[in-house]
Design a protein around this ligand. Structure first.
Ligand SMILES: [Zn+2]
Length: 215
C-alpha cells in the first residue's frame, strides 16, 4: 500500500502518527503522512519526522520518499510523529490558489494564451506565459476578478478524478474544473489580499509574480 496522503483528505491537518514502512539510507517511507511532496509546482512542506527535519520530499510513483539527516536511527515498523509547519503550508495554499485563479482567468479571457510554467514557494508564486504584449495590461482585470472571488468566498472542491492513479482536480462550480494534485483551501476567501508583479524573462515570455499583500 502506498502512503496514505492525509494532506489531500484534510489540507489543514498539521500532524499525524505514522509507521515507518521502509528505510534506504537517508530515505524513509511512511504508511501515512501530512507532509506534501513537491508536485505541480507546489513546493514541499517544511516539517519533521520523529523530530528530524525533512530535507527533501519527492514522489516515486504513488509513494513519497522523505530524505532525512544521515544517522536518523529510524527502522521499519517504528512509530513516528509527522509534523508540518502550518504558517508555511498556509502561505503555500494561499499562493497556490491565487496562481490557480490567475491561470484560469487568463485562460478563460485569452484562449490563445500559452501557459508554460508555474511555481509556488512560501514567498511567492509565479506563472509564465508565452505572450507577445506586456502582461501587466491584464492586471486591472485580474485584480478585480480575484478580489471578487475572495469577497464571494465560494467553496472549492478538491477530490479524485481517478483514485487508482491518484489523479485529482479542484472545482468551483460554474467557474472551472482543473486537474491538480496540490493542496487547496476550502474556499476562495482564504486566498485573501494579494499583489501582482510583472517580470519579463525575455524571448516572448511574460511572467506574473504573485505575493501575499500582508507581507
Ligand atoms: Zn492546484
Amino acid at each position: 500500500m502506498p502512503v496514505e496522503k492525509l494532506f489531500w483528505q484534510d489540507p489543514y491537518a498539521t500532524r499525524t502518527d505514522a509507521v515507518v514502512t521502509s528505510v534506504d539510507g537517508d530515505i524513509v517511507t511512511l504508511d501515512r503522512t501530512v507532509a506534501f511532496a513537491f508536485s505541480g509546482g507546489q513546493a514541499s512542506d517544511e516539517g519533521t519526522i520523529a523530530g528530524l527535519p525533512i530535507l527533501e520530499a519527492r514522489h516515486s510513483n504513488l509513494e513519497i520518499e522523505y530524505v532525512l539527516p544521515k544517522c536518523h536511527g529510524l527502522e521499519p515498523g517504528m512509530e513516528v510523529e509527522v509534523v508540518i509547519d502550518w504558517p508555511t503550508r498556509q502561505r503555500l495554499m494561499r499562493l497556490h490558489f491565487a496562481a490557480e485563479l490567475v491561470l484560469e482567468l487568463i485562460t478563460q479571457s485569452h484562449p490563445e494564451a500559452d501557459k508554460i510554467g508555474a511555481n509556488i514557494t512560501r514567498d511567492k508564486a509565479r506563472v509564465d506565459f508565452r505572450w507577445e504584449a506586456n502582461i501587466a495590461q491584464t492586471f486591472p482585470f485580474l485584480e478585480r476578478e480575484i478580489e471578487r472571488w475572495v469577497q464571494a468566498d465560494r467553496p472549492i472542491t478538491s477530490t479524485f478524478s481517478d483514485t487508482a492513479t491518484q489523479t485529482r482536480y479542484w472545482e468551483i462550480e460554474g467557474f472551472a474544473r482543473v486537474a491538480c494534485g496540490g493542496t487547496h483551501p476550502r474556499s476562495t476567501g482564504e486566498v485573501g489580499r494579494i499583489r501582482l508583479k510583472r517580470m519579463n524573462p525575455g524571448r516572448g515570455k511574460e511572467r506574473i509574480e504573485i505575493f501575499l499583500a500582508d507581507d
